[in-house]
Design a protein around this ligand. Structure first.
Ligand SMILES: [Zn+2]
Length: 390
């Protein structure tokens, strides 16, 4: 091992490395320049020293303020940029007081997995297959024209993508609810009653017992839950395509709603929803949308919150707690790697080959379909999730 001496700057050694825990991540959404130094678009990890995180973070914090300066403007006094500091860019206002901003994920980030997934989607979108399914939307107490068309759009734009990716799209019943009691009534009215328990909020898929031969997709009405990124945002627009993907999954299994590892069931709904969304929201890549989702909109299930969630913890479909719910966010990465490694046809075969209603037998199904031991795949998945910063 070689020990190199770090050059000392005028302010001594206090600020050279982060001595305090990170304040979290800060997303820079356009390429910026501070005092002539480039800060490319991407996610930065912020560490402070001798100053509180709240003074640096957020839209009114120092980092935001510095980013807003004209490219060659000086920093407000007494701040200075430590040009001779080693590692991540650092700003200091005096001895032992300042912060550093380290670019952890550039926005243009790609790896061989994301390149391949982009290729699979791009190729699939050239397919001639046409979605002919009929979707019946029922809005509790109606909706304005804008809300109605934008609610429908979230699914109607996803369906052709699902179809072109090779999934069978079938007729759907979509209950857009202002409250759960109305959902219960509608399930009864559409003969979806099979005595299964109903969650206490809309935003779920109710299995295949309804009059149309499928299940029912439930979601919140825009008027009763205004998601924080708006009517055009990913948060609102992901719910119905996610629940609809459960209908696809249900039809791929021979006996309805198969019992699969949670990362597979929920991670798939998230992953393919994101593929659909990024195909009509092309200003960002699917990886950027993924990052936006789990770093900006739902950091409670993001890379920091889910760091310790193991594949095991994300497997039991009836598991509870944050680590289990990380199956939606972190678990999506396992699906991504699965599609990258074994392709969409084998991905679909995993449903068809499942002959027992027990997620603990997934290793048998997996081996039969892919020829790979599930435990070996999990080792690769673990490595992949770590590489992606989770
Ligand atoms: Zn789900």
């Amino acid at each position: 091992m070689i020990f190199a001496l770090l050059p000392l700057s005028a302010y001594g050694t206090n600020h050279i490395g982060p001595k305090t825990p990170s304040c979290g991540n800060y997303k820079v959404s356009t390429n910026e320049i501070i005092v002539g130094v480039k800060f490319p678009r991407g996610t930065y990890q912020i560490n402070t020293f001798g100053i509180s995180c709240s003074k640096v973070m957020g839209s009114k914090g120092l980092f935001a303020k510095f980013l807003k300066l004209k490219d060659k403007d000086p920093l407000p006094k007494p701040w200075r940029y430590l040009a001779d500091a080693v590692g991540a860019p650092k700003f200091a206002s005096g001895p032992g007081v300042g912060f550093r901003a380290q670019l952890i994920t550039p926005a243009s980030y790609q790896d061989e997995v994301s390149l391949k997934i982009d290729q699979i989607r791009t190729e699939a979108l050239k397919s001639e297959s046409v979605d002919n399914s009929i979707q019946t939307f029922i809005f509790q107490n109606g909706a304005t024209q804008e809300v109605e068309s934008k609610t429908k759009r979230s699914l109607l734009n996803a369906l052709p993508v699902y179809k072109k990716l090779g999934f069978n799209t079938t007729n759907g019943l979509i209950l857009v609810a202002r409250d759960i009691d109305w959902v219960k009534q509608e399930l009864l009215r559409n003969q979806c009653d099979n005595n299964r328990s109903i969650p206490d909020r809309p935003g779920f898929y109710y299995g295949n017992t309804c009059v149309n031969g499928n299940g029912a997709i439930t979601s919140f009405h825009w008027e009763s839950e205004k998601f924080n990124d708006g009517l055009d945002g990913l948060y609102f627009n992901h719910v119905i395509p996610h629940e609809y993907f459960h209908q696809i999954q249900e039809q791929l299994t021979t006996f309805g709603n198969g019992d699969f590892p949670k990362w597979f069931w929920e991670g798939s709904a998230q992953f393919f929803t994101n593929q659909a969304w990024s195909s009509w929201n092309t200003k960002s890549t699917y990886l950027e949308w993924y990052q936006h989702w789990w770093e900006d909109l739902r950091p409670d299930l993001g890379p920091n919150a889910c760091k310790s969630a193991t594949i095991e913890a994300m497997s039991n479909p009836r598991g509870t707690g944050t680590e289990s719910i990380c199956a939606y966010s972190k678990g999506q990465l396992i699906v991504e790697l699965l599609v990258y490694t074994h392709g969409l046809e084998k991905y679909r075969s995993l449903y068809k080959a499942n002959t027992t209603n027990d997620w603990r037998n997934f290793n048998i199904v997996f081996k039969k379909v892919t020829g790979q031991d599930l435990s070996a795949f999990y080792l690769e998945a673990q490595e992949f999730m770590t590489k992606r910063g989770w």
